[in-house]
Design a protein around this ligand. Structure first.
Ligand SMILES: Cc1ncc(C[n+]2csc(CCOP(=O)(O)OP(=O)(O)O)c2C)c(N)n1
Length: 385
């Protein structure tokens, strides 16, 4: 019997898991599609997918600059993962639900969050739906069926499966798309959620964005499985591994899984193989734990470049359209930031209102103390937190 080699010592990064295991891929790195593989998506859908990817990339770039300038406190960039989020969310119907993990802000925009509202949330100003009570990037949009993000890794998996089970019990033909990162596959909630989804045939798609890193932990140290996708087998559900930087493949694979769930045929587990090209968040310095060569290699698989080359190849896109798209997006992002920065902070009273059905005497007392100190923002140093 061949003995399995021991795991690498803790101070050495493990090699990444094999990259190509059964990978579904339609677009080559140069944006061409091998003969007979083109899913021939409608031009309007293709333009929409491309426009959304370009928009979130610009938004990402600008708000990261805001963070560096001290105008927002924190941000989690998604550079490189645009196709995985946008291709999958586009496969849903409006009545379906999205339960995001950490990097699906683009989905909130697709579900109707305006750019200004997104910046309001990042600032935590008085117009922020969360009233500054959430960390930046934790958007929420109930009317867009976009569930608020939780920082606690993996919790949303059980929530997504529970919501799908509820829809099934009510007889709604709603499908739930629940996101997770590769790191979340090590969380208890992953196993709990996958198990419930399989046993109760919940109408959901659990979509893992395998971006190769969970902060500084590489995928090779996260799991000894050959692929993340194959974990679906243990829970009795179909699983698929897709090139997460190929928007055509992501859309096509997710669409099939969503249709399957809607037909009452149960959950699907998707692993989208992609890469987090920037730091885990604005607080992280990835040069401390990974090699630049790895980043450069993934830049060559850029999801936006590949999609643009494909559109141009099909005669659906040209330089003039590209310039107009970029100009429009830059203007909208500028306007959103300018508008959001006009709003003041949330009123001090919102610290205690809508926490309980009625403000408790203790909270009233505490609020009075805060106001006596001049309120927050006015007398920050004296705020007895
Ligand atoms: C239960 C829990 N443990 C640890 C953390 C700290 N933490 C925040 S993000 C993160 C890594 C998440 O990695 P992954 O799921 O791969 O998502 P990614 O950040 O790569 O998108 C960790 C460990 C947390 N937020 N929650």
């Amino acid at each position: 019997m061949v003995k399995k080699p021991p795991p690498p010592p803790a101070d050495q990064p493990a090699p990444p898991a094999p990259a190509s295991q059964g990978l579904v891929r339609l677009l080559d790195d140069d944006g061409t599609v091998p003969k007979g593989k083109d899913p021939n998506l409608p031009p309007e859908l293709l333009r929409y997918l491309y426009g959304q990817m370009v928009q979130i990339r610009e938004f990402d770039r600008r708000v990261l600059m805001l963070q560096r300038q001290g105008r927002i406190g924190f941000y989690g960039p998604i550079l490189g993962q645009e196709a995985a989020t946008i291709g999958s969310v586009a496969a849903l119907e409006r009545r379906d639900w999205v339960f995001p993990a950490l990097r699906e802000g683009a989905a909130a925009l697709m579900r109707g969050l305006s750019l200004e509202e997104a910046v309001n949330q990042l600032i935590g100003n008085g117009k922020d739906r969360c009233k500054g009570r959430q960390m930046p990037c934790h958007y929420t949009l109930k009317e867009g069926n976009y569930h608020g993000m939780s920082s606690v890794i993996g919790t949303q998996i059980s929530h997504a499966v529970g919501a799908a089970m509820a829809a099934r019990l009510r007889g709604d033909d709603v499908v739930v798309l629940g996101f997770l990162g590769d790191g979340a596959t090590s969380a208890n909630d992953f196993h709990c959620g996958m198990n419930f989804a399989g046993v109760y045939q919940a109408p959901c798609v659990l979509f893992c964005q395998n971006n190769q890193w969970a902060i500084s932990v590489p995928i090779g140290k996260q799991s000894a499985s050959e692929t993340i996708a194959q974990k679906g087998k243990a829970y009795g559900m179909p699983y698929v591994r897709v090139d997460g930087n190929d928007v055509l493949a992501v859309y096509t694979v997710t669409r099939a899984a969503v249709d399957r769930a809607r037909r009452g045929e149960g959950p699907t587990f998707v692993e989208a193989v992609t890469y987090r090209r920037l730091g885990h968040s604005s607080s992280d310095d990835p040069t401390r734990y990974r090699d630049d060569a790895e980043v450069v290699a993934w830049e060559k698989k850029d999801p936006i470049d590949r999609c643009r080359a494909y559109l141009v190849g099909r005669g659906l896109w040209d330089d003039a359209e590209e310039a107009a798209l970029k100009e429009g997006i830059a203007q909208r992002v500028n306007d959103a930031i300018a508008a959001a920065e006009q709003h003041g902070p949330p009123a001090d009273e919102t610290l205690v209102t809508d926490v309980y059905a009625q403000v408790t005497p203790q909270l009233k007392e505490q609020l009075a103390e805060v106001l006596a100190l001049g309120g927050r923002g006015v007398n920050e140093g004296a705020f007895p937190l």
